[in-house]
Design a protein. Structure first.
Ligand SMILES: Nc1ncnc2c1ncn2[C@@H]1O[C@H](COP(=O)(O)O)[C@@H](O)[C@H]1O
Ligand SMILES: O=P(O)(O)OC[C@H]1O[C@H](OP(=O)(O)OP(=O)(O)O)[C@H](O)[C@@H]1O
Length: 339
């Protein structure tokens, strides 16, 4: 598996109860899949899992920068899935999603599901100071008002975002693919580490699945936006293989400061795992300094070739998204995939 580090995206479907054979049985005569421009390779993989093609769509930009979208086939009465993570450039990708939803509604789709593997603006999920916007709620309002009937989201930064939507939302997790990968590495003497208090539930859930590995928590503070300061580690990491787990790596301030502290506290190896590789500068510099044995992320957000480094491991969530889409289409259980 290491041969794929820093280059190809690895697929994994052991822990997750996916049923690739099911795709052969699928009645996809009314199922339609379209991709926005944010992560076309992921959409293509999802389509491959479902044994279908991405729907034809024209997307272009007018001279003044405005976007034009036209669905190129009839979708009247269809169950339509629009795949678009709201990653960088977040405002463009969000607007494109809204226009796609509107185009599908006006084309008489029976149901429109916005598949949002990475939900942008998620960290603005509450007021932390006076006179701020709760932008995560505003985004939910925009998507709902545009005409989406349903949302499929992955590893939302905070659980309350589910409640910002008054339409059904299926929330799935990237952890099964990360777990499969970690298990395949047969690491010994693991301690799972949450890089901040907000991530404890996520880290605890992973620790439980790694043979009830012990848990440690880093006390992180933020004095300013995008500046992470770590104070101390709660828990024993000396001589252990520390597996830091987070929902996203943005500037990598949190995870790299956490890794440095773990090394100072005697951790023998440090792995970083996160679903969303936001990777805003200077993330790549921080992640490729040799602090980490591996930086394990998924492909909810595309990573440019120029941003890949030797310790980077990219896992694919395409099968998981494909299986979830199929289950939604078939009105069958999504949660049973994770039991
Ligand atoms: N996109 C963002 N990048 C960095 N920081 C952000 C972003 N959106 C909102 N924020 C700020 O993060 C904190 C909230 O973090 P908690 O640890 O959940 O309190 C708040 O200051 C936001 O303005
Ligand atoms: O790579 P970075 O630029 O450091 O950003 C990523 C970190 O920011 C978010 O946490 P946040 O600070 O919002 O804390 P929380 O998880 O406790 O809400 C996120 O959950 C990561 O921990």
């Amino acid at each position: 598996m290491n041969a794929h580090r820093g280059s190809a995206v690895l697929s994994s479907a052991t822990t997750l109860k996916v049923q690739p054979a099911a795709t052969a049985l699928i009645d996809n005569s009314r199922l339609r899949l379209f991709s926005g421009s944010a992560n076309v390779p992921l959409s293509q993989e999802v389509a491959r899992y479902l044994g279908m093609d991405l729907g034809p769509m024209i997307r272009k930009r007018f001279a003044d920068g405005e976007l034009y979208i036209q669905i190129q086939e009839s979708i009247r009465g269809c169950d339509v899935y629009l795949i678009q993570p709201c990653c960088h450039p977040v405002n463009d990708n969000l607007m494109e999603l809204l226009i796609m939803i509107d185009a599908c509604r006006r084309a008489s789709a029976r149901q429109v599901t916005a598949v949002i593997p990475y939900y942008g603006y998620a960290r603005a999920d509450r007021k932390t100071a006076g006179r701020e916007s709760i932008t995560a709620k505003l985004v939910a309002n925009l998507i709902t008002q545009a005409g989406a009937n349903r949302i499929l989201a992955m590893d939302l930064h905070s659980a309350q975002i589910q409640g910002y939507f008054d339409i059904p939302l299926d929330h799935i997790y990237g952890s099964p693919v990360v777990l499969d990968y970690l298990v395949s590495k047969q690491l010994s003497d693991i301690v799972v580490v949450s890089p901040d208090v907000g991530g404890v539930a996520r880290a605890r859930a992973l620790a439980k699945k790694l043979d009830d590995a012990p848990l440690a928590i880093i006390d992180k503070r933020r004095q300013a936006h995008n500046v992470a300061e770590v104070l101390n580690v709660i828990g024993d990491v000396k001589g252990k293989t520390a597996v830091l787990v987070d929902d996203m790596i943005d500037t990598a301030g949190t995870i790299s400061a956490g890794a440095r502290l773990l090394r100072e506290e005697g951790a023998s190896h440090v792995y970083a795992c996160a679903t969303h590789a936001v990777f805003s500068p200077p993330a790549i510099e921080r992640l490729s300094t040799g602090l980490f044995e591996e930086v394990i992320v998924t492909n909810t957000i595309p990573i440019a070739e120029s941003d890949r480094f030797p310790q980077l491991v990219m896992l694919s969530v395409a099968n998981m998204l494909g299986e979830t889409i199929w289950r939604i289409h078939e009105d069958s259980s999504v949660s049973s995939m994770f039991r």
